[in-house]
Design a protein around this ligand. Structure first.
Ligand SMILES: Cc1ncc(C[n+]2csc(CCOP(=O)(O)OP(=O)(O)O)c2C)c(N)n1
Ligand code: SF4
Ligand SMILES: [Mg+2]
Length: 259
C-alpha cells in the first residue's frame, strides 16, 4: 500500500472532482457553519422543485434565520417576509397568482416563536401553499437561544443547565398541532442527520409539493436540522445529538395525508 505523504503540502493543489450543487442553487459553496443541516434541507427542497417541473412558476417566501443566506442564490423567484410572517405573505401571493407554486422556508424561531399564529391560521384556512420548517431547536442565527421547540434538558445559550419545564414550559410539537387542523392536507416530520433520513426528507417534501399541485390544501413539512454551533457540540456530534435529543421528542413520520 502507498500512503499519501502528509509531512508536507501536496505537490498538486486539491481539485474539485464533482460538484453536487443542485441546478437551482447558484453558488457551489455556502457560508453556513460546517455540519449545519440547513443546506441539506435546502438542497432536498430545490431538487424536488426541479423534479416536479414547477421551476418557472415557483415563488418561494423566506423567513429570517441562517437559511436566509440562500435566498439570494436560488434560481427561482424569492420574496423576503418579515420575521414569522411568511405564511401570510405566501397566502397573498397564492391568492393573487393561483397558478403559482408557492412554498415558504422558515426556522423554528421564525415560525413557532415569532409567528405562530401565522402558520396556524394559514393551515386552518386551508391555504393551498406548502410551509417548510427547519427545526434545530434554537434561534441559530442570533446565537443559539432557546425556542418554543427546544426539548426538555436541551442546553441553549439561555438555558445553560438545560430546558426546565418548571421555568421554561414544554416544547411545542408544531407538526402534531397542524395535523389536527382540517385545512391541512399533508403533514410530515423528518430529519437530515443521515443519508437514510435525507432520502425520507426528500420524499416527504416531494409529497407535500405534490399535495399543493393537486390542490389538497395546506401542506407542511417539519425538517429537523443540525446546528452544532447553537448546540455547543462538536461538528461531528451533530447528527447523533439530533437523534438523541430533538428527534426523540419531535418524532418523525407522515402525520397526515388526505387524498
Ligand atoms: C422582528 C425581529 N425579531 C428578531 C430578529 C432577530 N433575528 C434574526 S434571525 C433570528 C433567529 C431565527 O431563528 P430561527 O428561525 O430558528 O432560524 P435559524 O437561525 O435557527 O435557522 C432572530 C431572532 C429579527 N430579525 N426581527
Ligand atoms: S448557527 Fe446553526 S443554523 Fe446557523 S449556520 Fe451555524 S449551524 Fe447552521
Ligand atoms: Mg432555529
Amino acid at each position: 500500500m502507498t500512503y499519501v505523504p502528509t509531512d508536507e503540502p501536496p505537490a498538486q493543489p486539491a481539485k474539485l472532482v464533482r460538484d453536487f450543487t443542485p441546478d437551482l442553487i447558484d453558488v457551489g459553496t455556502h457560508h453556513l457553519c460546517p455540519g449545519c443541516g440547513e443546506p441539506v434541507a435546502m438542497r432536498a427542497a430545490l431538487e424536488a422543485v426541479a423534479e416536479l417541473g414547477v421551476v418557472q412558476r415557483t415563488i418561494a417566501v423566506f423567513g429570517i434565520g441562517c437559511y436566509t443566506a440562500f435566498s439570494n442564490n436560488l434560481d427561482v423567484e424569492v420574496l423576503q417576509a418579515l420575521h414569522g410572517r411568511a405564511p401570510s405573505l405566501a397566502t397573498g401571493v397564492k391568492r393573487a397568482k393561483p397558478d403559482a407554486f408557492v412554498f415558504t422556508v422558515q426556522g423554528d424561531g421564525d415560525m413557532v416563536n415569532e409567528g405562530l399564529q401565522e402558520v396556524i391560521h394559514a393551515a386552518a384556512r386551508g391555504e393551498n401553499i406548502t410551509c417548510l420548517m427547519l427545526n434545530n431547536g434554537v434561534f441559530g442565527e442570533t446565537g443559539g437561544h432557546m425556542t418554543a421547540t427546544t426539548v426538555l434538558g436541551q442546553r441553549t445559550k439561555n438555558s445553560l443547565e438545560g430546558r426546565d419545564a418548571s421555568a421554561h414550559g414544554y416544547p411545542i410539537l408544531l407538526a402534531n398541532i397542524i395535523a389536527g387542523l382540517d385545512g391541512a392536507g399533508y403533514v410530515a416530520r423528518c430529519a437530515v442527520n443521515n443519508a437514510h433520513n435525507v432520502t425520507l426528507a426528500k420524499q416527504m417534501i416531494t409529497a407535500a409539493f405534490e399535495s399543493q399541485i393537486a390542490g389538497r390544501g395546506f401542506s407542511f413539512v417539519e425538517i429537523l436540522t443540525m446546528c452544532p454551533t447553537g448546540w455547543f457540540v462538536d461538528t461531528n456530534e451533530g447528527p447523533d445529538y439530533l437523534a438523541d435529543n430533538l428527534a426523540s421528542v419531535h418524532r418523525g413520520g407522515v402525520l397526515k395525508d388526505v387524498r
